[in-house]
Design a protein around this ligand. Sequence first.
Ligand SMILES: NC(=O)c1ccc[n+]([C@@H]2O[C@H](COP(=O)([O-])OP(=O)(O)OC[C@H]3O[C@@H](n4cnc5c(N)ncnc54)[C@H](OP(=O)(O)O)[C@@H]3O)[C@@H](O)[C@H]2O)c1
Length: 277
Amino acid sequence: MLDTLTFGFLGGGNMASALIGGLIARGVPAGSIRVVDPFPEAQQRLARDLGVHAAGAPDAAFGASDVLVLAVKPQQFREAAAQLLPHLPAGDGNLVISVAAGIRLQDMQRWLGGRNRVVRAMPNTPALAGMGMTGLAAPAGLSDKDRDIASAVAQAVGKCVWVENDAQIDAVTAISGSGPAYVFYFIEAMQRAATELGLSADQGRELAVETFRGAATLAGQSAEPVSTLRERVTSKGGTTYAALTAMDAGGIADAFVRAMHAAAARGKEMGAEFGKD
Ligand SMILES: NC(=O)c1ccc[n+]([C@@H]2O[C@H](COP(=O)([O-])OP(=O)(O)OC[C@H]3O[C@@H](n4cnc5c(N)ncnc54)[C@H](OP(=O)(O)O)[C@@H]3O)[C@@H](O)[C@H]2O)c1
């Protein structure tokens, strides 16, 4: 469905490059993709590596793309939207998807002249490896066709889930948006334990990374509750039991849940900060 559409990416950094690579791999012709990035080095890299049309500022052709993806840093968003606005077709001529963390739908709509065809996407860094998890939210009334387009764009770099409203994106941010850092944090801790237990750092890294990959794959393939999978490998009095008892004694699960509440609260605060006049 995407290969007949034209795309305009505002911002040509990591996330834009990952999405463009994913779209091209799914059959979107590079010639249907325009990128705007103020830096000549970024423009040269995008044109050379991905074969897309790259420019330093939006123009009418860019603004008329069927799908516009806003992929600038949140603090650059408002200014980038102001630069784009004069080049947008009147009314709701095209679909605008933002991947900027913390920018609320209502602010995005306001800064883009009151548009209704907007989607807020919250991807995560595994998108750079084609294994992203993206949360999507849209104003009530967005058409099924636009929802399908936004899903297909997110699926070019992994999987996606729709949430009911903009506020729930703060929860998505707390779980999967910031989530890769939690996994890295636990991998680091496993690596540390490995070296304390006499293994090399490289061995510890491989053991930990493959354990996360394997357990996540198993959980993803299984229809059983994750707690059942955990209980199945936790025989009373055994090694896993000893480890999980130590974790419970340390309040790890509760602290981890609190950490995600803190992330969601910070996401909400950031939305209010970025959206303030
Ligand atoms: N990377 C991730 O995994 C990830 C995950 C979730 C959400 N996101 C969101 O995705 C967005 C992009 O992240 P990123 O990691 O791709 O950032 P990035 O690599 O810094 O890319 C942003 C690009 O936009 C350019 N830019 C700045 N102002 C612009 C303007 N007015 N018009 C056009 N381009 C402009 C930047 O140039 P300069 O560098 O010169 O300023 C930069 O090349 C962010 O809002 C972030 O919150 C990213």
